[in-house]
Ligand binder design. Structure first.
Ligand SMILES: [Zn+2]
Length: 466
């Protein structure tokens, strides 16, 4: 049966009688094509209609969480409320904030729905938005809406169906241990609709970039997407080596996009730069339109609240902590999730005519690049992959970490975990690091907590070598 389903799916992807946009959407997430047309229309709805739709989805989610998720059932009884007490997004304030710590304490049985067999596959480890890794189960339904919202964003900025997109992100694994068949099928699926290509954002030394740039030109990449720091590094390389890359636009995410980076990208690539916001736990939260007034929230997919340090709701235009409710993830419901980022919601609607509210002043992760003795430059998220490959998240429950390059040949990694790994495990991680960065001194330190800077933010990787 599953084989037949798969065959039908591949047949769909290559069927020339089906519109290209549906084939492309579907190559990213199975049912994204069903959501795309909906999102194209809903962006022009009135604010009232959007709110009504959002509240209806919220009621369904609340009911589902109450009926199926032990953590939420416990919280509801503890706070003396019933699902019918949460009718509209303003009622969410009656529920407590969901923190990473609560998720970790309840993971998986207290917070994930479905039976044990379901829980065996598909677990993800995220870098978290401010650096504390988290394990989670994605919901493919949410994934559909997320991908559809990405295409809506691309279309705002001149994307034509079939334009090739280059995505620079952390590698999913440094040593790809998936079975050969899985790797092959993955390539086949991506190859059927030749639209996107992933580049390893942790290989950024000049030699590596020469290959990347050559490939970008050869593959006629029309859109560049990735972390601002990674793309800025690519832009510097192009500028210094006189390479001319002419994408339609550049899309950034995952870190603060500084004005100087935006300028650099604009000047080198001679195109506009648009930011989007989401975290690995809840993706596709907000996207910048062409008017330059902020990022439109994907109201059809999530509710965003802004609160102060004590959890009080802040009025529009006031900056505070973002709490996000994912209206589509039924597998592991995130209700009032504190991702650790800050921002504000604008009172005034956008000049572009869309009534999706505007998110502004987003302050997310900051990352420095780490440079190896062999010249290799890595983005901070490389270390998440590293620890994932060494299975430290599962085996030692790593909660937080910080990487500091204090000298040219020294990298210090401070880790907060439950239980300290033995010498064998430590040496394995050090070896993996040295394989990537050359013969550097790598020191590991274990502690109870990593102190934050006064702003509450901290660099997840820090370089002191300039
Ligand atoms: Zn707009």
């Amino acid at each position: 049966m599953r084989k037949l389903e798969r065959l039908k799916y591949y047949t769909y992807l290559v069927n020339p009688f089906i519109q290209k946009k549906y084939r492309i959407c579907r190559s990213f997430a199975r049912d994204a094509h069903e959501y795309y047309d909906f999102l194209e229309g809903s962006q022009w709805w009135t604010a009232d209609k959007l709110k009504e739709y959002q509240d209806e989805k919220l009621r369904k989610l609340i009911n589902h969480a109450y009926m199926n998720v032990p953590y939420y059932r416990k919280i509801f009884s503890q706070y003396g409320i019933k699902p019918e007490d949460i009718r509209v997004s303003e009622d969410l304030v009656r529920l407590p904030i969901l923190t990473k710590d609560i998720i970790r304490r309840n993971f998986p049985d207290g917070i994930v729905t479905g039976n044990d067999a379901d829980k065996k596959d598909g677990v993800w480890t995220t870098g978290g938005s401010t650096g504390e890794p988290l394990k989670l189960y994605p919901d493919m339904r949410a994934n559909n809406l997320v991908w559809a919202s990405f295409f809506r964003f691309y279309r705002w900025h001149g994307y034509e169906w079939g334009d090739r997109v280059a995505i620079f992100f952390r590698p999913f694994s440094i040593t790809d241990k998936r079975p050969l068949l899985h790797r092959y099928l993955d390539r086949l699926q991506k190859g059927l609709v030749p639209n996107v290509k992933y580049y390893d954002g942790s290989r950024l030394k000049d030699g590596d970039l020469a290959f990347v740039v050559e490939d970008l030109i050869k593959s006629n990449m029309r859109i560049l997407r990735g972390y601002p720091s990674t793309l800025a590094r690519l832009a510097e390389y192009c500028r210094d080596n006189g390479v001319s890359l002419r994408p339609k636009f550049v899309a950034t995410t995952g870190e603060i996009l500084y004005a100087r980076q935006r300028d650099l990208l604009r000047k080198v690539f001679l195109c506009n730069v648009y930011d989007h916001y989401g975290c690995a736990e809840i993706m596709g939260v907000a996207f910048e339109c062409g008017s330059g007034s902020g990022l439109h929230l994907t109201s059809e997919h999530c509710v965003v609240e802004v609160v102060d340090k004590d959890g009080n709701i802040l009025p529009p235009d006031d900056k505070g902590l973002l709490l996000i409710t994912d209206l589509d993830n039924y597998r592991m419901p995130f209700i009032r999730y504190m991702a650790g980022d800050e921002g504000s919601i604008k009172k005034e609607p956008c000049g572009c005519g869309r009534n999706l509210p505007l998110l502004d002043n987003v302050i997310g992760r900051e990352c420095d690049m780490i440079k190896g003795l062999n010249g290799r430059i890595a983005h901070g998220l490389f270390f998440v992959t590293l620890m994932q490959d060494a299975q430290w998240f599962e085996r030692f429950a790593v909660k937080d970490f910080e990487v500091v390059q204090s000298e040219r040949d020294h990298i210090g990694i401070t880790i907060v975990s439950e239980g300290e790994p033995g010498d064998d495990d430590k040496n394995k991680l050090i070896t993996l690091c040295q394989e990537h960065f050359g013969r550097m001194r790598i020191s590991l330190k274990f502690c109870e907590e990593i102190l934050r800077t006064p702003s509450g933010k901290r660099r997840y990787t820090r370089s002191e070598i300039g």
